[in-house]
Design a protein around this ligand. Structure first.
Ligand code: SF4
Length: 223
């Protein structure tokens, strides 16, 4: 159980940090269209952000909704995403994904965790981001970096100390109930974990949550 005062301070510090340091310029951060969020999540799997940013707009201009993508040929999809690599597998997967949404959900991305994770190529992380940013639901988004940050702050250890379930529970309990606040908070934790709470040599001295971080209070010699 996290102390309410600590949780509130953590939320506030993350939101303040995100307002000035967050990755606001990423094109999928400024949309609330579930299809756009889903496409970004699928394209970003095993691929660098900069590579996807170059392809993302072009992809959505050509395939603005699941039905358009479902009716395109694999060849055409492959041509649009070629620079990302693994284009054969990705193009086939994307087409399959779009066909299922077009046929089973009448062309609309389902705002439901269980239905989302049944889609090909969609796991908990992508599903949560779609629900958070595309469906207005207050969901945490938890990747490997966020697991590390939350494990350090609230348990004072590095992964694989706490179980994934424990970390998800912490993330859920911290996520604000208002969807706009949840979006700022979840993206803030994601960016903070990647940029500041690094695997080696985390930047604790300049970290906005260092006053509530159990790991930092234990290992203050880290710079
Ligand atoms: S104080 Fe250090 S260990 Fe704790 S969250 Fe910040 S960067 Fe990570």
């Amino acid at each position: 159980m996290i102390d309410l005062g600590v949780a509130e301070l953590f939320r506030r510090r993350v939101a303040e940090w995100y307002s000035t340091h967050g990755a606001h310029s990423l094109p999928w951060r400024s949309t609330s269209n579930p299809w756009h969020i889903l496409v970004a999540g699928v394209l970003l799997r095993n691929t660098r952000v900069e590579q996807v940013a170059k392809v993302y707009q072009r992809f959505l201009e050509r395939f603005p909704d699941p039905r358009t993508l479902a009716s395109a040929s694999v060849d055409e999809i492959r041509g649009v995403i070629r620079s990302l690599g693994m284009q054969n597998r990705r193009a086939t997967e994307l087409k399959k994904l779009a066909e299922i949404i077009a046929e089973r959900f009448r062309g609309s991305v389902p705002c439901n965790q269980k239905l989302l994770v049944e889609l090909p190529g969609v796991g908990d992380y992508i599903a949560s981001e779609v629900l958070l940013a595309g469906c207005g639901q207050p969901k945490p988004i938890v990747d490997r970096n966020v697991v590390r940050l939350l494990s350090r702050v609230f348990m004072g250890v590095d992964p694989p100390g706490p179980s994934a379930r424990d970390v998800w529970r912490i993330a859920e309990s911290l996520t604000p109930r208002r969807s706009e606040d949840a979006r700022v908070f979840s993206y803030g934790v994601l960016d903070l974990a990647r940029a500041v709470c690094r695997v080696r040599k985390p930047l604790c001295v300049r970290c906005p949550v260092n006053t509530v971080c159990s790991y930092y209070s234990r290992v203050r010699h880290i710079v």
